[in-house]
Design a protein around this ligand. Structure first.
Ligand SMILES: [Zn+2]
Length: 371
């Protein structure tokens, strides 16, 4: 079929217009967005500028349990452009009283938390994208999952990971919000690298293990989780919405049993290991030890050698392995009195024991040595 030069050039123009139309939201879509986010845009300090900044932001939430669930839900519902979720664990019944993104069905299926969180958020129908990673964060994989993020939110349950996040964010100049909760109380500290105290300024070294109350020894209540996570989310939203605001972060202590809030200040330490001397030691730590997880009667056995395909592992399990199930991102089975979950990164969770030596032996008997 013959086409004149004019026809071809107008066809090209209309193709280019179509492509632009696909990128530029339609008037109807803009109207829908304006309706959806009307109440937060009406809050003047946030406003249209805050919404526009949030919609174009990428936020990493490390840990999708108690704190991470509230953090992820807040940012997703508020309209963040992209949420990156990381969690190493699976959903259990004992999570349900305080981990708001999970339901009983996910607990009975032992769904990995990152996938369960994504499923719940997507079901709620937001406007942003959600990326989920089932992995134990270490210095190697953090750089991959945190690529181009504008903010990091702490939903972890351990100090090792928090110091890793701190060193990473100090190195890259990424703002992050530390949050910790136990019992009825918790702490929040927003960190603006180069502008405010970092975690190592305020807590130069982790306290000895036995000096630290954990959710395992002291328990934890949902109101404390909600309050601490909401303070962290509120300050995180402000950092994204108004990046040029004059804002002097402080360490905040909340207690939902006494109803108290205390501002504890947070001076920068001019001799800080991390943000002053730039000794970012947590970026160079191998994460190779088997560890008992906080409050879980579960041991995590790290990957050894290169990760293997889960389907191949499933085919080679010993005959005594029962209830073998192969999920999207997990192989799970029962063995003796334990339940074993293996992830694509090669890591295994052994539920039903706190004994690290026995857990390691069970992993070896069922999964064998890496080829
Ligand atoms: Zn510092």
């Amino acid at each position: 079929m013959g086409q004149s030069v004019e026809d071809r050039s107008s066809a090209r123009e209309s193709q280019a217009e179509d492509a632009r139309d696909a990128r530029v939201p339609s008037a109807r879509h803009l109207e829908e967005l304006a309706q959806r986010f009307d109440r937060q845009v009406r809050f003047a300090p946030f406003g249209r500028e805050g919404q526009a900044n949030l919609v174009s932001s990428r936020v990493l939430v490390v840990g999708c349990g108690a704190l991470g669930g509230v953090l992820a839900q807040t940012f997703f519902r508020a309209g963040v452009g992209e949420l990156v979720l990381v969690d190493r664990d699976v959903v259990e019944l004992s999570n349900l009283p305080r981990q708001v993104l999970f339901d009983e069905h996910q607990a009975r299926a032992g769904t990995p938390k990152a996938l369960a969180a994504r499923e719940t958020l997507e079901r709620s129908g937001g406007t942003g994208k959600v990326q989920a990673h089932v992995l134990h964060l270490d210095a190697r994989n953090l750089a991959l999952v945190a690529e181009d993020v504008d903010l990091v939110l702490d939903g972890t349950d351990n100090l090792e990971t928090r110091y890793l996040l701190n060193d990473f964010c100090v190195e890259r100049g990424i703002p992050w919000v530390y949050a910790g909760v136990v019992g009825s109380a918790g702490l929040v500290l927003p960190i603006l690298p180069g502008r405010s105290a970092c975690l190592a300024c305020v807590f130069p070294a982790p306290p000895p293990d036995d000096a630290l109350a954990t959710c395992e020894t002291a328990g934890v209540l949902l109101p404390a989780v909600g309050a601490v996570a909401s303070f962290a989310a509120g300050l995180g939203l402000r950092i994204l919405a108004r990046p040029r605001d004059e804002f002097a972060p402080e360490l905040i202590e909340l207690d939902t049993w006494n109803g108290s809030v205390r501002r504890l200040g947070a001076p920068r330490d001019p001799a800080c290991r991390a943000c002053a001397r730039r000794e970012l030691v947590y970026l160079y730590r191998p994460g190779g030890e088997a560890i008992a997880l906080c409050g879980r009667n579960t041991v995590q056995v790290p990957a050894r050698g290169t990760p293997r395909a889960l389907a191949a592992l499933a085919a080679r399990l010993p005959p005594a392995a029962r209830e073998v199930r192969l999920h999207e991102a997990m192989l799970r089975f029962a063995f003796e009195d334990c339940r074993i979950s293996v992830f694509p990164d090669g890591r295994a969770l052994i539920e039903g024991t706190n004994d690290v030596t026995r857990a390691r032996a069970l992993a070896e008997r069922t999964l064998g040595e890496p080829a």
